[in-house]
Design a protein around this ligand. Structure first.
Ligand code: NAD
Ligand code: TYD
Length: 372
């Protein structure tokens, strides 16, 4: 069996850590090098047990660091790069766009430049670079690059790019650089654009884990605007499976949309989360020890409508037909089962929540929500 070395950037974050766990437990033919800067969103504890495994090495560092990334390529036989590393939260991008442009755009360019130089074997008769067989760069992107939908329609891979937040503009720029490298250098890259993920290890600045955390603490649940914005939710492991399929079988130079056909209004998500926590507490009383208040507070009374996000995209919805037809991928987890699994995970992993929110989270929360 031929073992391939993957460089997984952002592997200590939400989706990256789920991907690391998925790949290590399902594929014997890969070994991983995780490169992660451990920003507020990255947590070594999330992957500590995976790193113990002889097939997985962790390096703390920045994807923009040319010297470090070059050294990784010269000291390890890296054949695949999976780039999860990014600043990922829209609200933070509204506060500090520059960091998003640096990490998301320049970090992507840095990884690709070093990979293409390290993988180059020569030139073809037209002067295009040639590469070692089997190498691949994979860019993890988002459906937010397509902008915002009205009540009807879906994003396909040919929908024009129309980003509207600093976050989505930075991800779009990165996608365009990847596409440009595919054309100019025949660089062997693929891109996936995924809808909103949910599941274990999701940082509690994002809607679902923030709502779960606040319910357990008896805090108000901040719903932006009227709560009618729609997101298309996908269980994170389904996303990880799709990425691995694209890396193994996807066509170089192609974009693949990944989505769950699971459209929900934000207010529906919030109500469903309240209902599910309440039901679990009522039927499995052991969970009540996690509540910092009493069960009667777990109700819709916690919902509070707050000032809307600036430039808030109305609706995202993915058409995943290409993934189904070309790579035989469809999501396996329904939202109804995925949300229960997710909530149970948070109820059983409160220490993780405390660990990841012990840093700058409190300041962030105050800044973001106190005057809203
Ligand atoms: P996350 O914020 O949870 O994790 C990001 C990780 O990247 C963290 O571990 C962080 O420490 C690391 N990181 C940040 N800047 C870095 C840098 N300069 N160098 C090295 N590491 C750095 O994000 P996530 O939700 O796991 O998202 C992962 C990827 O998937 C991102 O590219 C994001 O744009 C994309 N995506 C996310 C979603 C979603 O719903 N969360 C949906 C579609 C696409
Ligand atoms: P989020 O989880 O930040 O993901 P994204 O903005 O990338 O889709 O937000 C999901 C939706 O929930 C989005 O429409 C904004 C909304 N939202 C709230 O209503 N309240 C909150 O406190 C947060 C964080 C998000």
């Amino acid at each position: 069996m031929q073992v391939k070395t993957y460089l997984v950037t952002g592997g200590a974050g939400f989706i990256g850590s789920n991907y690391v766990k998925y790949v290590l437990s399902n594929f014997d033919d890969v070994q991983l090098i995780i490169l992660d800067a451990l920003t507020y969103a990255g947590n070594y504890g999330t992957i500590a047990q995976d790193v113990d495994n002889k097939r997985c090495l962790f390096i703390k560092g920045n994807i923009c660091d040319q010297e470090l990334v070059s050294k990784l390529f010269s000291t390890h036989p890296i054949e695949v790069v999976v780039n999860f590393a990014a600043e990922s939260h829209v609200d933070r991008s509204i506060e500090n766009p520059r960091l998003f442009l640096e990490t998301n755009i320049l970090g992507t360019q840095n990884l690709m430049d070093i990979a293409r130089k390290s993988w180059a074997t020569g030139k073809d008769e037209h002067g295009y670079p040639t590469y070692k067989p089997g190498v691949r760069y994979h860019q993890v992107s988002t459906d937010e690059v397509y902008g915002s939908l009205g009540a009807e329609g879906y994003f396909t891979e040919t929908t024009p790019l129309d980003p509207r937040s600093p976050y989505s503009a930075s991800k779009t720029s990165a996608d365009l650089i990847v596409k440009a490298y595919c054309e100019t250098y025949k660089f062997p890259a693929t891109i996936t654009r995924c809808s909103n993920n949910y599941g274990p290890y999701h940082f509690p600045e994002k809607l679902i884990p923030l709502i779960i955390k606040n319910i357990l603490e008896g805090k108000k649940l901040p719903v932006y605007g009227k709560g009618e914005n729609v997101r298309d939710w996908l269980y994170v492991e389904d996303h990880c499976k799709a990425i691995e399929k694209v890396i193994r079988k996807g066509r170089v130079g192609e974009v693949y949309n990944i989505g769950g056909h699971n459209e929900k209004k934000n207010i529906e998500i919030v109500k469903l989360t309240i209902d599910t926590i309440r039901h679990l507490m009522e039927t499995e009383p052991a969970y009540r020890s996690v509540l910092k208040t009493n069960l009667s507070t777990v109700s819709y009374d916690l919902i509070t409508y707050v000032q809307d996000r600036l430039g808030h995209d109305m609706r995202y919805a993915i058409d995943p037909t290409k993934m189904k037809n070309e790579l035989d991928w469809t999501p396996e987890t329904t939202f109804e089962t995925g949300i229960v699994k997710t909530i149970r995970w948070y109820l059983e992993n409160q220490q993780w929540v405390e660990d990841v929110t012990s840093g700058e989270y409190q300041n962030y929360y105050e800044r973001m929500y106190s005057n809203r």
